[in-house]
Design a protein around this ligand. Sequence first.
Ligand code: PMT
Length: 411
Amino acid sequence: MKELKPLNGKTIILGVSGGIAAYKACDLASGLRQMGASVHVVLTSNAKEFVSPLTFQTLTRNPVHCEQFEALGEWRPEHIELAQKADLLLVAPATANVIAKLATGICDDLLTTIVMASRAKIMLAPAMNPNMFEHPATQHNLNILENRYRYEIIPPDFGEVACGDFGQGKMASLDVILTSITSMMFTGPMLSGRHILVTGGGTREAIDPVRFIGNRSSGKMGIAMADAAYARGADVTLVSTVGVERPYPVILVETAQDMQEAVEGEFDSCDALVMTAAVSDFRPLAFSAHKIKKTESEDIVLELTKNPDILDLLGRMKQNDQVIIGFAAESESVMVHAAEKLARKNLDAIVGNDITVPDIGFGSDDNAVVILTADGGKENLPRMPKRAIAEHLCDLLDELFQAKNAVAVSK
Ligand code: PMT
């Protein structure tokens, strides 16, 4: 099976400075390691007040560095060695204090010394109180760093911060930081110049103002797919029933008909459609404008009508150079049913998953799938994070584009 870890062989130093967002750096360290990176954590003394070195040591399986003079016996301390072999220095969270030191060249602790000693690319994910973030001194310092070669700033999100204030200051989400890193460091096949349309989430079909027919899709697979394609340089559009803040367009929809309209609007301009969404096959025949009241009778009959099959319709409209990948949620004979949908819907590939397996698939961060391609290919991917499945699908998209190009050239 192909290697699915986009950061394999990369060394990343994760600098954690002292703010409440330091606890989120634990997930970041774990996420980077799962993506194949060798992660070495440097904690400032304030960061140690929020999270313990042992947590990071366990998550990264590497020693954690805290003190500038911890390796006095060595002529060339390990952290200087690390600084020089690191592919990336990520400071997350980066406090106003650390940002100020880096902007002015003060290196009075281990973290700032390592940043100064390294020639690697430096990414900062600021996190602080919104007033501190907006303060002219912080903005001035960020501006200095932004214009300095090697630095990239991942802006904080808007929202309520830990101290209760509201504004820009929350550290960017894990997904956004991981996506920025993979798009910078990934050396596998890119999708630059390609427009990839992704659907995600489960549609909701209203019965009355309160109730709906829905399903258990969380939208995680769609987001993972869109993030992975974006990280590989694609122009991504995500059509989803789940709202999410992303640097690419996200079109929020609710019903199957909304999704159809949004997807059809983007389809002509896309190079590939990846349809992870769980689309309701039926909707109530009539929508009750008022909440349906309890009646005397025990039973109530709900009449349903068929929804459009979006994938089927677009499979018929597909141009020779377009790629369509569908998903198949099956509870039995996964391969047989997936193969039938692959052919009937005129797809280039289909990702079959057995939704009866506990803890994976709907709502989970993980899944186990079988990928079937129209040319007869078959690949089983055992349980793994949805992001890893998405990376695999990006590789497949690249292969499918190349195959279509080769056919076009030979004609
Ligand atoms: O969202 P998550 O919680 O991360 O979960 C991911 C998932 C389980 C939803 C995903 O892995 C998955 O299986 N998605 C497909 C769900 C589905 O609707 O399967 P299906 O076999 O009913 O449909 C086959 C294909 O046709 C799908 O690509 C579907 O998007 C599409 N379809 C289905 C019905 C319909 N009316 N229109 C469609 O376009």
